[in-house]
Structure formats: structure tokens, C-alpha cells
Design a protein around this ligand. Sequence first.
Ligand code: SAM
Length: 393
Amino acid sequence: MPIQDIRTQHAHWSGIGRHAVMAETNQEETARLNHMMALYRHLRENVYAGNKLAYDKRVEPDFVKRHGRKPKDRHEIREAMLADPFYRLWAHLRRDTQETVWMARQPVVERQRTALAKKAHVAKPKYGSLHLDPDLKAPRYQSAFDMHWMPGGYHADEGAGDVAQAAIYDLGSLYVSTGGKMGPWNDGPAQSVIRWLKDKYPAFQPKKLLDEGCTVGHSTVAYCGAWPGVEVHGLDFSAPVVRYAHARAESLGRPVHYHQALAEDTKFPDASFDLVLSSMFLHETSRKAVYAIAAEARRILKPGGLMLHVEQPQFHQLPTPWSQFENDWDTHNNNEPFWGPMHDMDLEDVAMKAGFRKQDIFQENAPFIMPRPDGRLEVAKGGYWFFFGAWKR
Ligand SMILES: C[S@@+](CC[C@H](N)C(=O)[O-])C[C@H]1O[C@@H](n2cnc3c(N)ncnc32)[C@H](O)[C@@H]1O
């Protein structure tokens, strides 16, 4: 593989996806985030491939010599790879990049913490609404640690309009770590859902939808106007996150109703929604929560409604133990302990226990839509999202 010069890489964050509530960055802070984006990309595009070379040339032959067979699953590959110097170097750099990116964001937000809370206070919402629940407790699978090393996770809340955790998450956001694959507004998952539903189920025209685990509303706002007259709701357990999401949506002129609530216990009446969906959410909950979230989704769906969760593929769908090992990095190194267990779950069982009929459940790969900075929606070559869902009859 040709080694690219890191300076020739063009993709920079440079404030793409800015809105009125985002933390402001000075030149040096912007440069640091651009550097982080280049580093993530360099590791992914130029360095990462060395892991497979190490595996093929050293690690697997050595394993075969010792055991008389190849590694049978991702766990055995991981054990063997942990001893390899190239893998250890790459893994160190990858993990260090992830920790450093938060260090590049947190001080920027800290120095503006009070100002951001003020900016995010919407005295008279023009388009949507915000519903907070001061009695809500963060689930332990969120509050016990800092998800993907983000200091304070989604849960830290100083009260009085605090939005710091959301502002940290949103600064550069997934655009920086994925090399722009999610699009300037980080709404790639929503664009993928919209395209898939319109292509596959053109007659399905949801009038009211709920986006669960919506964070700052990257995906949520993209659903506004996706179907004629659709009423869009977003839900997240974290108060800073929904405060910020509300202010962000208002500043962008998008009508979204945000709720601080648990996806396991939304408090909505039965049969409230035509579409209950989420993106990149289930893997940040727990096994028990996934069952409860599906049951609650079914309860709040109208008959004829759809539950749809956007994720990465389940391990059993990946073709080789090597690709399963590749997909398990976050479980062990990115403080995402439920990533592995969730991607091992029997999702048909989850949906059936929630009350959906076997024939109404689906698990399939959908095209990965990559929104480009110029507004084009490109279908990524070779990439896909995993869609898990079920229709309520
Ligand atoms: C990776 S983020 C989701 C990203 C977002 N869906 C998007 O497309 O940009 C996961 C979110 O789920 C929220 N969350 C985790 N557990 C939850 C629960 N039980 N109920 C509601 N929200 C939850 C977290 O606060 C966090 O904001």
C-alpha cells in the first residue's frame, strides 16, 4: 500500500457543521482538531493495514505452530495479536488518538462553559420544544464510566442549563474521527435510513417519529421534512445533551421536540408513533436494556408502525474471524464494554420477546449514505449499515 504524505490529505474539519450553539475555536484549537482528523485518517488509511500483514506473516503461522490449527474466533486472534509488536504500536497510537481528541475539545468547552449555557437557553422556542425530567437518574451502564473516553461521558451535568458534555461531543464530532464519512452535519445514518425507507417502503409515510439516544440531534434534525408533515421527536437520558440539541435545532430552524427520558421507559402513551428509530445507540446500552428498549418501542408504536435501529453488523454476519476481531476493537480499547456483547446478541429473540411476530422482524445491510460538504448524497463503496427492526402489525 502506498504511504501517503500526511500533509497531502485534504479533509479538514475547520468548523464544518458549525451552528450558533457550537463552542467557538480559535485558530490554534481549530488547527489541533484538523491535526487530529489527519492523524485518525493516517492511522486508518496508511498504518492499519500493517496489522493484517503482521497477522498473516507472523501471528497466524506462530499460532498454527503452537496449536496445530488456526485461531477459531476473534477472541483467540486477539490473544495472539496482543503479543505482536506492530499491533501493540498501532493499538497504542489509535487509543492515544482517541484520548487526545477529547483533550483537544474539553478545554475549549470548559473556558466557554457558562457562555455556552447562556447561548443554549432558548427563552421562546420558535420551532420545537424541550421537556426535561429533573428526577431522571442516568442508567448505571452510562454513569459507571466515561463512554468512549469522553471525560464525564454523556451524563455529567452541572445543572442550571449546563450543556458542556454535548458541546464537547459536538465539537468536530464524528466528522473528525471518521474522516468526514458521516457528513458535515454528521447525519449520514439518518440519510441512510431515509433513502432505504423511501426506496423500499415508498408507501410508508410516518406522521410522527421518535429518534432514541438522539444525543445532540445530528440524525434527528435530518428527519424534519423527510416525509410530508412528519412530527419529529428526539429522546435522550442526558439533560445537557437534550438542552443543547434543542438549542441547536432552534438555531437551525428545525422543528424538533426533545425529551429527557429513558428509551426503556419513555413515558409516552401507548401507540404514539409511526416510527421509532435509533442510530449507533443500542451498543452503548446493556443486554438487559436492549430487551427493555425493544419492548417499550413496540408499546409506543401504532399498529402498522416500524421499529428501526441502525448499527454496525452483528459478529455472526462478518465473514471471517479476522473481520470479527477487527470489529471488536472498541470493546476492549475504547471504553465501550457493551459493543461486543450487543453485537453477539440474538436480535430476533429480542424482537420476539418484545412481542413482534417472527415474520415481521428483519436484519439486513443497507447502503451507507455519505453526505458530502457540497450537499451531494454519495453511496459509500463497500460500506453498509446494519438495520435491525420489526413492523408492529
Ligand atoms: C452514540 S450516541 C448516539 C448518536 C446519535 N443517535 C446520532 O445518530 O448521532 C448514544 C446516545 O444514547 C444516549 N443513551 C444511552 N442510553 C440511553 C437510554 N437508556 N435512554 C436514552 N438515551 C440513552 C446517550 O446519552 C447518547 O447520547
